[in-house]
Write a protein that binds this ligand. Structure first.
Ligand SMILES: C[S@@+](CC[C@H](N)C(=O)[O-])C[C@H]1O[C@@H](n2cnc3c(N)ncnc32)[C@H](O)[C@@H]1O
Length: 199
């Protein structure tokens, strides 16, 4: 039985990937922590590669895969400089990971995601919207401050990031405003999701 992931926005991406005729080879940028979202694609038959910059996050993902007996290819690395050849993947995504970086690094990273994507392949990223209320600075001990030299989440106006996908066709764009109560705590966040096809 396929396990259900908590990353609901990735299901629409998975649906579009499943409809795409390219070989099922996928890269997750920022694939760390237990219950890695990459396992969703693995369970649907994808050859699944994950890149993760933070050792702790990587170790947890590796442990999780061992426990579940999932044969994911996880490697330590930085999406600002992806250690794979041009056009190596049919599908490349970054979920809840890219907004930890500064805007110049986000631009570089999206260029890297596009570089390793085959023409006709699909890319997914979610960015934080300026409507997201969390503007707290990162803790000095956080991975984002230490490894990415980033002070807080980067936030985008509704159409500001469209330019990053210039060489692609944006096939789906969604602004998600989420207000939920979970474990008696209220959460509010605002994302902008992109799914783009490389021309
Ligand atoms: C909030 S976690 C989300 C992890 C996973 N995508 C998920 O949804 O469960 C963000 C992850 O992105 C990773 N990350 C952030 N910037 C990165 C970069 N430049 N290269 C690789 N990984 C990065 C972080 O280390 C962290 O593990």
């Amino acid at each position: 039985m396929i396990e259900i992931s908590t990353a609901t926005p990735l299901y629409e991406y998975l649906r579009l990937c499943n409809l795409n005729p390219l070989p099922k080879k996928i890269l997750d940028c920022g694939a760390g922590w237990a219950n890695t979202k990459l396992s969703l694609f693995y369970q649907y038959g994808y050859e699944a590669f994950g890149l993760e910059i933070n050792k702790e996050a990587m170790d947890e993902a590796v442990e999780f895969c061992k426990e579940k007996d999932y044969a994911l290819h996880l490697l330590r690395g930085d999406m600002r400089d992806i250690p794979f050849a041009d056009e190596a993947f049919s599908f490349v995504y970054s979920y809840n990971a890219i907004s930890f970086m500064t805007k110049p690094d986000i631009k570089n990273s999206i260029n890297e995601l596009k570089r390793v994507l085959r023409p006709g392949g699909l890319c997914y990223v979610n960015l934080f919207s300026v409507d997201d209320p969390d503007n707290r600075p990162f803790d000095r001990n956080s991975f984002a401050y230490r490894l990415l030299k980033s002070e807080r989440f980067s936030k985008f106006e509704d159409n500001e990031a469209d330019i990053y996908f210039e060489s692609c066709e944006i096939i789906r764009k969604e602004k998600r405003l989420t207000e939920k109560i979970e474990n008696e705590k209220k959460y509010v966040r605002a994302d902008i999701d992109y799914i783009a096809r490389k021309k």
